[in-house]
Design a protein around this ligand. Structure first.
Ligand SMILES: Nc1nc2c(c(=O)[nH]1)N[C@H]1C(S)=C(S)[C@@H](COP(=O)(O)O)O[C@H]1N2
Ligand SMILES: [Mo]
Length: 196
């Protein structure tokens, strides 16, 4: 009788242990494998605010907004180029129309959970006033640019490593223009208009 009880406890312990192992393994691949992330939508909330009006948007709500499509190609401060990507996202001006729009003299602050913070002024929100480079990283005059909250690079959800699910892109309608990577805020979770 005692042996039977022992066996049952042993079996129960093993079953629970196996379940815990499986859960841990799932959790690991879920966060580390970008393939899993692109197959199933990650959960992420974006807050847009002007200090008075505030709205929280999910990724699927952002995907339903009128999309911007174009090219993104950036260079980091140490000269590493990334892209060119075909980019899909929402222009910041489109996004901010939901909370009363963006006007001349306003600024917009972009935040991420790692504490990174970047500000665009009204000239930049109109696609002007950025430094741009050609493929050899020689400074060249800027074509019209768009400040975009991107959710896809090359037709695929942006991986966490690449700054996804939401990353700022200063992009162009035509390929061939490189912008400064410092403005490409990764892991965006808050966009706030500073009204003038
Ligand atoms: N959230 C967040 N975004 C960020 C940064 C950061 O530290 N945190 N660094 C910026 C800078 S200075 C550059 S050059 C690029 C670097 O991109 P990478 O980390 O993919 O090379 O991301 C930009 N976006
Ligand atoms: Mo940088």
């Amino acid at each position: 009788m005692e042996d039977e009880e022992m066996n049952r406890r042993c079996a129960l312990f093993l079953a629970v242990f196996a379940l815990i192992c499986a859960a841990v393994a799932c959790g690991c691949t879920g966060t580390l494998d970008p393939g899993v992330q692109t197959g199933e939508e990650v959960s992420w909330n974006l807050t847009i605010s002007d200090g008075t009006t505030e709205e929280i948007l999910t990724l699927s709500e952002i995907r339903e907004l009128p999309a911007w499509e174009g090219y993104g190609h950036a260079v980091s401060t140490v000269g590493i180029k990334y892209g060119p990507y075909t980019v899909r996202g929402v222009e910041l001006t489109t996004l901010l129309d939901r909370i009363g729009g963006f006007d001349e003299g306003d600024q917009v602050g972009i935040s991420a959970p790692d504490g990174y913070y970047w500000v665009f002024d009204d000239e930049q929100m109109a696609g002007k006033g950025f430094v741009t480079f050609d493929a050899d990283l020689k400074e060249k005059p800027s074509p019209p640019l768009a400040v975009v909250l991107a959710y896809e690079f090359n037709g695929t959800a942006i991986s966490e490593e690449d700054g996804g699910p939401l990353r700022i892109v200063v992009g162009t309608d035509e390929p061939g223009t490189i912008t400064e990577g410092s403005a490409w805020v990764k892991w965006v979770d808050r966009i706030e208009v500073k009204r003038s």
